[in-house]
Write a protein that binds this ligand. Structure first.
Ligand SMILES: *[C@@H]1O[C@H](CO)[C@@H](O)[C@H](O)[C@H]1NC(C)=O
Ligand SMILES: *[C@@H]1O[C@H](CO)[C@@H](O)[C@H](O)[C@H]1NC(C)=O
Ligand SMILES: *[C@@H]1O[C@H](CO)[C@@H](O)[C@H](O)[C@H]1NC(C)=O
Ligand SMILES: *[C@@H]1O[C@H](CO)[C@@H](O)[C@H](O)[C@H]1NC(C)=O
Length: 252
């Protein structure tokens, strides 16, 4: 312990103890659920806030060896202690430490990052834990063909199972290899779109948060019939493509 020298230091540390005794380290009680490949913040902070800029902050996982995910001391990450699987994938927020925010960010999470994380401030004797769940979702099209008549609108169903947020990822729809629709971050990118589909396609950007990447096609023509593919290239999953057949009937 560094609290041995001089009366002044003792008084200071007593003051710190008095203030910090009231503070609780609070981490999210809800598990944090995220898709493999994403970045995630594990939120933990002291309430009421006190500065921990000069404190040691330990993020560990008791189930791995070495257990240190992020060991912060003397204002920096101590690489020597860190479990190699987290090398260059973690950070704390230096500016936030002043307000007792000890949240840790993990970049490009893997399924193996799933677990219970322990956050500790040893000198203040504070400790709390938080659960991270990293999942993989598959892209699911439709076994049954979608059938519409010429001039109708069609919704080609495609979604992620289990549902997960793909709003920030690129979603590509193709028809026999031609681009039908591309979207990312709530925006459409239609420069490479096949002429046949111009002005007739849309996706449900708000639904993408729940993993729904269905395509809406208006004023269907006979040329639209055939096989469609919904594709999420950056998805960390075994199944990144879904298939849907569209059957177009004549007016009756
Ligand atoms: C802590 O910092 C992170 C990263 O800047 C931020 O997302 C989070 O909202 C902050 N939490 C609090 C309680 O201020
Ligand atoms: C789509 O149609 C083709 C040709 O009829 C068939 O081989 C394929 O299995 C169908 N795919 C789906 C997902 O229904
Ligand atoms: C996706 O969203 C569309 C439009 O709101 C809806 O018709 C469809 O049922 C949704 N699909 C799923 C799997 O939720
Ligand atoms: C639907 O497409 C046909 C050509 O295939 C066009 O003549 C017609 O105006 C379109 N209808 C609408 C509502 O856009």
């Amino acid at each position: 312990m560094k609290r041995s020298a001089g009366p002044m230091l003792i008084i200071l540390s007593l003051l710190t103890d008095a203030v910090s005794a009231n503070s609780q380290l609070i981490c999210s009680h809800q598990p944090i659920t995220v898709l493999a490949g994403d970045d995630v913040i594990l939120p933990c902070h002291l309430e009421p806030p006190i500065s921990v800029s000069d404190e040691t902050v330990e993020w560990t996982r008791p189930d791995i060896d070495p257990k240190y995910v992020h060991f912060h001391q003397d204002g920096r990450l101590m690489f020597d202690y860190q479990n190699p699987s987290y090398y260059l994938r973690t950070r704390l927020f230096m500016d936030e430490l002043m307000t007792g925010n000890v949240s840790m960010k993990i970049f490009k999470v893997k399924v193996s990052d799933t677990g219970r994380y322990q956050c500790a401030l040893p000198s203040l004797q504070k400790e709390a834990s938080i659960q991270l769940i990293v999942g993989e979702s598959d892209v699911i099209g439709s076994d049954k063909p979608v059938t519409v008549t010429v001039g109708d609108n069609a919704i080609l169903p495609c979604h992620l199972e289990p549902p997960s947020n793909v709003r920030t990822l690129t979603v590509e729809w193709t028809h026999d290899g031609e681009y039908v629709h591309v979207s990312r971050h709530g925006k459409d990118y239609l420069t490479d779109q096949d002429e046949n589909f111009r002005g007739r396609t849309s996706v449900f950007h708000e639904e993408m948060i729940r993993g729904n990447i269905s395509l809406k096609l208006t004023n269907v023509t006979e040329l639209d019939a055939g096989s469609y593919t919904c594709f999420v290239p950056k998805l960390q999953s075994q199944v990144r493509r879904g298939f849907i057949n569209l059957t177009v009937g004549e007016y009756s």
